[in-house]
Ligand binder design. Structure first.
Ligand code: ATP
Ligand code: MG
Length: 509
């Protein structure tokens, strides 16, 4: 073999070693093992007995041979002030020596400890790509070249490999940081989810009126199924609250709850919100996931579905039927697993009549219909809700409020509440804001419209008339032994007149 061929084959060997390292960088994710491979290849290529990689600790006071990413380095460490490796780490210089014992920077103690005798060495700094970090992040050292001394070419290859090792170390550190951040986000997410589930639990829905207790019991049963649900009810009756409670009690509770108000957006924007959008559909538009994709594995809450356009309705129908959709501006079909809860304060049957709502979509959504009663249909809940909101706003405002007078309660119960629970909530918030600390909330604090509904002062007269009439009718019926014609005569009424009064006062024989 002439000299040229020998040089060439050496070069090929080195390139192959570099290639092996590059491959390992892609396939080997364990940093310790990867650095082992790099050190091993380095020793091989330059014909050295040993190769080591040392890292500078984060306080830059020591070097360590143990690679421990993401925590404080725990391995064998020695002061950055000691030895040739320490010198290189401090100064960033390259050191090649064929007489280490003659070099005052050399620390013979390490040889003594390991029983290894160093007769020549080459040590290079490892630099990361982050310019903000001061100095080398470590050093790369090869010891005892078997034939001859370390050459220029050896140094070249060492520097190339130390660059590779630095990249691997930086990547691993980044990954460790990302993992930490991810863990933190996961924990935060779990905490928020638990709070969400607690805040929107069924237990927080107040209602003792039979119409409410029946509805809540039905709702909690269907929550456990996968059926789509349609929640109807006037504005402010608690549709939103119920939808969240159902999600929280469903097998999908751990999944996302994603709400979209269909009335808030024009058709084109609503579709982009629902289905997502491809990049470049309009100038400057970035690719984005829609609410449907975000709700995968969880619940999609389509609020005010009665306001959705017919065109969008047919696309939503496809999601419900085929469990798939296409992004705006896209052609690819995306499959998705969601449960839909829809809500509306419109009469969807009337909307179907008027051809503003698709009948097939209605039947898909209306697998179970939960109709929230208006507040005036469950007046017995008004005092409870009022006390609940009083407590909420008392705590929020930190105002010392003693409670609410009986009169104020009576006024609240008499009002018709067209805005339902939300209107009551606002009324109490207002009252708490106006009330003087240390006082009881009286009816005079309530808003004008609510007070206008106060029981009329003439009311006691109506009650007295009722009491008098029912008493007289009862006596006459008793005296005539249940004969209505005779009783009517005793009372000076026509038979028809008596019948009407009995019906009005619900008097039965
Ligand atoms: N039964 C209830 N118990 C306690 N709070 C309730 C109850 N019902 C409604 N609320 C409260 O009343 C407010 C209005 O409720 P929600 O937003 O759920 O009503 P909605 O039916 O979705 O109204 P809209 O039709 O206007 O969207 C919310 O603050 C909610 O927490
Ligand atoms: Mg709502």
């Amino acid at each position: 073999m002439n000299e040229d061929t020998a040089r060439l084959s050496l070069k090929i060997e080195r390139l192959e070693a570099l290639l092996a390292v590059t491959k390992a960088m892609v396939t080997q994710h364990d940093l310790d093992k990867l650095l082992d491979i790099i050190a091993h290849e380095a020793a091989n290529i330059v014909g050295a007995e040993r190769a080591s990689i040392f890292l500078v600790t984060s306080d830059r006071r020591a070097l360590t041979s143990k690679i421990a990413i993401g925590m404080e380095e725990t391995g064998l460490a020695f002061s950055i002030d000691a030895g040739i490796a320490g010198y290189v780490a401090r100064t960033g210089e390259v050191i090649v020596s064929d007489d280490p014992y003659g070099d005052e920077r050399f620390n013979p103690r390490i040889d003594e400890e390991t029983g290894f005798k160093t007769f020549n060495l080459a040590t290079v700094p490892m630099y990361g790509t982050d310019e903000k970090k001061p100095g080398p992040l470590g050093v790369f050292e090869v010891l005892n070249k078997k034939d001859g001394d370390f050459s220029e070419e050896d140094l070249e290859i060492l520097l190339a490999l130390s660059g590779q090792a630095a990249v691997a170390i930086e990547n691993a550190r980044l990954l460790a940081e990302l993992r930490l951040a991810q863990d933190k986000l996961d924990r935060e997410n779990t905490r928020l989810r638990q709070r969400f589930l607690k805040e929107y639990a069924f237990e927080n829905i107040i209602g003792i009126a039979p119409a409410m207790t029946e509805l809540l019991s039905l709702a909690s049963r269907v929550a456990e199924s996968t059926a789509n649900i349609l929640i109807t009810g006037e504005s402010g009756t608690g549709k939103d609250l119920l939808a969240r409670a159902i999600h929280g009690r469903s097998p999908r509770a751990e999944g996302p709850f994603v709400a979209l108000n269909c009335a808030a957006l024009p058709e084109s924007l609503l579709e982009a919100e629902l289905f997502g959008i491809e990049k470049g559909v309009a100038t400057g538009v970035e690719e984005r996931d829609g609410k449907i994709a975000q709700a995968a594995g969880g619940t999609l809450f389509l609020d005010e579905i009665g306001d959705m356009s017919l065109a969008t309705q047919s696309k939503v129908l496809r999601v419900l039927q085929e469990r798939e959709f296409t992004r705006v501006g896209g052609s690819e079909t995306v499959r998705v697993d969601i449960r839909v809860i829809a809500a509306t304060n419109k009469d969807l049957k009337a909307e179907i009549e008027a051809e503003r709502f698709r009948e097939d979509l209605f039947y898909r959504l209306d697998v179970v219909e939960l109709c929230l009663p208006s507040l005036r249909e469950r007046r017995e809940d008004i005092p409870l809700l009022a006390e609940h909101f009083l407590e909420v706003y008392r705590l929020k405002s930190e105002k010392d409020i003693k409670g609410m007078s009986q009169e104020a309660h009576d006024v609240l119960v008499s009002y018709t509440w067209p805005g339902n629970v939300r209107e009551l909530q606002n009324e109490i918030e207002r009252a708490v804001a106006l009330a003087k600390p240390g006082e009881t909330i009286g009816q005079e604090i309530l808003s004008e419209k609510v007070r206008a509904a106060a029981p009329s002062p003439l009311r006691p007269m109506a009650d007295a008339v009722r009491a008098l009439e029912t008493g007289l009718i009862a006596r006459a019926l008793k005296e005539s032994e249940g004969n209505k014609a005779a009783a009517a005569k005793l009372l000076g009424l026509s038979r028809e007149g008596l019948r009407k009064k009995m019906a009005r006062y619900e008097i039965k024989l």
